[in-house]
Ligand binder design. Structure first.
Ligand SMILES: NC(=O)c1ccc[n+]([C@@H]2O[C@H](COP(=O)([O-])OP(=O)(O)OC[C@H]3O[C@@H](n4cnc5c(N)ncnc54)[C@H](OP(=O)(O)O)[C@@H]3O)[C@@H](O)[C@H]2O)c1
Length: 300
């Protein structure tokens, strides 16, 4: 099969097309023919060597998959060949490929109402937001940073689905987009410091990092929560929570139900063929992408 691999860490030009054997599903795993995958921020950070969770190259990136079950591994009963699934892939053989192996319990039936190119935008980003906002309740006031991005635009919709009042930081060019997704108040962070205009927030979801975490603590209620998916150093404050996404087929089933009910819509800014993955990474790294970038394999 064709796949994207890299022999060293570096710029987008290290990504190359290679021929690899189709992987075999072990017990509890499923072989999926990839219809689409997506670019996550972790992808370009891993590619560049800014994080090293996959170890040394060569490896194939791609945490998200939407596709068709090709072969369930031994002991897998919940999926059969031909099923349309979406989910998360962990490890060094990711979904930038024609076929990928995923753990069965990291997959769920694809949302019926979404094409593969939209479903592939969801797993990592939607699970990140879904799990971060699990304790959010109706009437709470939440501030979502980087609301226009891959995770943020889904967090806005999930927070609205939970009945929260949503305040979002984004450049003015993204305000209509975010209002359309339900954001109640918008702050253009290029002209207004959020910590100069907000107080008494119940929750802040930080997807930016740097000084956003300590500044976000200053706008929280005494019993509020700062959920940080981006910062490097945990802050010493009882209201601070470092958040990491966990693959979960069970959560993806609930996310699919929300998508099929029309309450969660991934915004796919652009679909690239995997042969143009370097261009997709360049765009992703700009930090200016609205919603998600999706990749489709050669023959798809
Ligand atoms: N911990 C975890 O498990 C986990 C999981 C997923 C992602 N993450 C992390 O979460 C972060 C966001 O991920 P993502 O996929 O959503 O990234 P992304 O799609 O690349 O985010 C791009 C968005 O960030 C916005 N942005 C950039 N600078 C901003 C600022 N200073 N204030 C407000 N918005 C700003 C941009 O909107 P404007 O054009 O409006 O500025 C753009 O739409 C990444 O660092 C990623 O590594 C962590």
């Amino acid at each position: 099969m064709k796949a994207i691999s890299q022999r060293s860490v570096g710029g987008p030009d290290v990504l190359e097309t290679v021929e690899l054997p189709v992987p075999r599903p072990a017990p509890g795993e499923v072989l999926v023919r990839v219809a689409a995958t997506s670019v996550n921020a972790a992808d370009w950070k891993l590619r560049a060597g800014l994080i090293d969770k996959l170890g040394a190259p060569p490896f194939t990136l791609g945490f998200d998959v939407s596709g068709v079950v090709s072969e369930p591994g031994p002991g897998v009963t919940e999926f059969a060949a031909g099923d349309e699934v979406y989910g998360m892939v962990l490890g060094r053989s990711g979904a930038y490929a024609e076929y990928v192996v995923a753990q069965a319990d990291h997959l769920a039936p694809k949302p019926r109402t979404l094409p593969h190119t939209a479903a592939a935008a969801l797993p990592t980003a939607a699970l990140t937001a879904w799990q971060a906002l699990a304790e959010l309740t109706a009437g709470q006031r939440i501030l979502v940073h980087a609301a226009a991005g891959g995770v943020g635009h889904l967090a806005v919709q999930l927070a609205k689905a939970r009945g929260a009042h949503v305040i979002a930081t984004a450049r003015a060019v993204n305000h209509d987009f975010l209002s359309g997704l339900g954001a109640d108040e918008l702050i253009d962070y290029t002209t207004t410091a959020f910590d100069s205009v907000l107080t008494d927030m119940d929750v802040v979801f930080d997807l930016v990092g740097d000084d956003y975490a300590p500044r976000s603590l200053t706008v929280l209620r005494p019993d509020g929560r700062l959920i940080d998916a981006q910062g490097e150093e945990p802050l010493d404050d009882p209201r601070y929570f470092r958040h990491y996404v966990t693959p979960s087929g069970a959560d993806l089933r609930e996310i699919a139900a929300l998508a099929d009910a029309g309450r969660l819509r991934p915004a796919v800014t652009r679909v690239f063929p995997l042969s143009e993955v370097a261009a997709a990474h360049e765009l992703g790294e700009s930090g200016r992408v609205r919603g998600k970038l999706v990749l489709v394999p050669w023959a798809a």
